[in-house]
Design a binder for this molecule. Structure first.
Ligand code: OAA
Ligand code: MG
Length: 601
């Protein structure tokens, strides 16, 4: 019986694999010089001219500009990632500010909503509930041998867009692209994984184009059994793999169950918590108000809201408050109003910690009521309800505070509780602002006649998760501890340049994200060492600058890929005593094959 080709055989034939970024490993890069093409046996399969990167980039940006809609741009960039992975990452790292919104939030949100409609090519891996019992076998189909990190979603809560089933695949692909672009994790070491565990979204189930199963969402018990098998299968094939959970509707059980057993974390609870922590630390310093006098209203008490609030509690405790004092600074608001212990409904487990007991039997049903009652210093939006931070609310915040902290964190932009312009305008330009999705800078003249450009911080977990992943991989940690997560957020306060502080930024300039990720990774590694969960012991004594250099040396540099291929081929050829091939030779890659020993190289 004919057997399927092995992965090595496929690689040997240089067939473009199905899969994510990195699968083609630059094989068809038009920057490869002729002799590399001959070595790879791709000579003749790409147009003759070997170009430099600047030329490639000019062509790509011109083609991108021709695309009319964000989705067309998204698809165009996905195709480049698939066909010429190093070029894709060169473009993204050089144009991080302009291109990230196209491959990540907000455009990835629309891509997920329309995934089954716009689907063109395989990327990432899909596992179905039907695969239970055979998950390891399915995983063995992934063609890359050395995966170091995976991002997993079941699509049940994609951004603030709800249950999108397997259409959520855009999220693991987008997140892992940022692991590579922002923290230099090699593209072929990343595995985007989407679980088809059914969907509660009836419209999708009835859509003939929908590419997932038609079953209703499986039960929590069934999901746990499935995840147990998955976690074991992933770590069996790739021991030490970092597993990031993303956009699960109820992410708490998996986080609690696996956090000490596997090298895993949840980006929505922990990553978002850490990144907001970093912004809040900077904002609290700027506001001049001591933590004990802070009053934070959180609109939205889901996984992200509670994750964020808990991280800030830790910070306040480090600033000298008792846990009870710190907890008392927080007022969580959900669809039923202020979360209180005596509200009369059964509170979800994760809300109980923050339920207020000092409300004297009084209930506050709307955000406006709560705000009037609390007079907060800090307003956090994790509600996915676009525009709920109304001009009225913002004006009040500006009345009560010299520098009100306004953090509309819901994604994508359409779900943002307010935009930058509204926040700046209605606080007379005094707001300390950070949002989950990006906004363009706003020029505003305040009541004193001063005109200033206001830059909104993007309090998006992309500032930390790439560095958390990098630090965890490099330190070979067996666990992602809370202290490592905390360290990632705190690291952001050590990254600000004086110029960024002068511009009123709460987060570093996004164009410096690769430098930021190095600092985040360093703090994560140090925290792993303190917690004794690391296994890379050779780096224990390094100074900060030596550790940074060590980290940098291990980061994927998309710009130097052709050069490293040249080095690799050169070393191979010289190891067998052959010079570089010249222009007259064609297929000089039979390096151990005597049959071509007369070939003119
Ligand atoms: O993906 C993003 O932009 C941030 C995030 O994790 C979410 O909103 O779920
Ligand atoms: Mg998320």
């Amino acid at each position: 019986m004919p057997s399927l080709p092995s992965n090595q055989q496929r690689a040997a034939h240089h067939l473009p694999h199905t899969g994510i970024a990195g699968q083609s490993e630059g094989t068809f890069d038009t920057a490869n010089p002729a002799y590399i093409r001959k070595y790879l046996r791709t000579y003749g399969l790409t147009p003759p001219r070997a170009e430099n990167y600047e030329t490639q980039k000019t062509r790509c940006l011109a083609q991108l500009a021709l695309k009319q809609t964000p989705i067309e741009k998204y698809l165009y960039l996905s195709t480049i990632r698939k066909n010429n992975v190093h070029l894709f990452y060169r473009l993204i790292t050089d144009h991080i500010q302009e291109l990230t919104p196209l491959i990540y939030t907000p455009v990835v949100g629309e891509a997920c909503q329309r995934w089954s409609e716009i689907y063109q090519q395989p990327e990432g891996m899909y596992l179905s509930y039907e695969d239970k019992g055979n998950i390891a076998a399915v995983i063995s189909n992934w063609p890359q041998p050395n995966v170091e990190i995976t991002c997993i979603t079941d699509g049940s809560r994609i951004l603030g867009l709800g249950d999108l089933g397997i259409n959520g695949m855009g999220i693991p692909i987008g997140k892992l692209s940022l692991y590579t672009a922002c923290a230099g994790i090699r593209p072929e070491a990343t595995l985007p994984l989407t679980l088809d565990l059914g969907t509660g979204n009836k419209t999708l189930r009835e859509d003939p184009l929908y590419l997932g199963s038609r079953r209703d969402k499986i039960s929590a018990e069934e999901e746990q059994e499935f995840l147990d098998e998955l976690m074991a299968a992933l770590t069996e094939r790739w021991p030490g793999i970092v597993i990031q959970f993303e956009d699960f509707k109820n992410p708490f059980p998996a986080l609690e169950r696996y956090r000490h057993r596997y090298t895993s974390f949840n980006d929505d609870i922990q990553g978002t918590g850490a990144v907001i922590l970093g912004g809040v630390m900077n904002a609290v310093k700027r506001s001049g108000i001591h933590p004990k006098d802070q009053r934070a209203v959180f609109f939205g008490a889901g996984s992200a809201g509670v994750g964020v609030a808990k991280q800030i509690v830790d910070y306040f405790v480090r600033e000298g408050l008792t846990e009870d004092e710190a907890k008392a600074c927080f007022y969580l608001v959900d669809t039923k109003g202020l979360v209180t212990a005596d509200r009369g409904d059964r509170l979800a487990n994760h809300k109980i910690y923050f339920a207020r007991k000092d409300n004297n039997g009084q209930q506050f049903k709307t955000l406006e009521d709560v705000i009037e009652h609390v007079k907060p210093t800090m307003l956090m939006g994790l509600s996915t309800m676009g525009g709920v931070f109304t001009p009225d609310i913002l004006k009040k915040m500006a009345e009560w505070n010299e520098h009100p902290m306004i953090f509309p964190l819901s994604n994508p932009s359409s779900n943002s509780e307010c935009d930058l312009e509204t926040a700046v305008t209605h606080t007379d330009g005094r707001a300390l602002f950070a949002s989950g999705s990006p906004f363009h800078p706003v020029t505003f003249t305040n009541s004193a006649g001063e005109t200033k450009i206001h830059y909104g911080g993007q309090g998006n977990n992309m500032y930390v998760f790439p560095g958390i992943g990098l630090g965890t991989i490099l330190s070979k940690s067996v666990e992602v501890t809370n202290s490592m997560i905390f360290a990632s957020g705190e690291a952001l306060t050590h990254c600000m340049t004086s110029e960024e502080l002068d511009r009123g930024l709460l987060y570093p300039d996004i164009t410096r994200i690769r430098d930021v990720s190095v600092v985040v990774a360093r703090h994560v590694i140090r925290a792993a060492q303190d917690a004794k969960v690391d296994r890379e012991t050779g780096i224990h004594g390094l100074s900060d600058s030596d550790l940074d250099a060590w980290i940098r040396a291990r980061m994927y540099q998309p710009h130097s890929e052709v050069a490293s291929l040249e080095r690799e081929v050169g070393a191979l050829l010289s190891s067998i005593g052959r010079p570089f091939p010249n222009g007259n030779s064609y297929f000089p890659n039979g390096l151990s094959d005597d049959s071509d020993k007369n070939a003119k190289l």
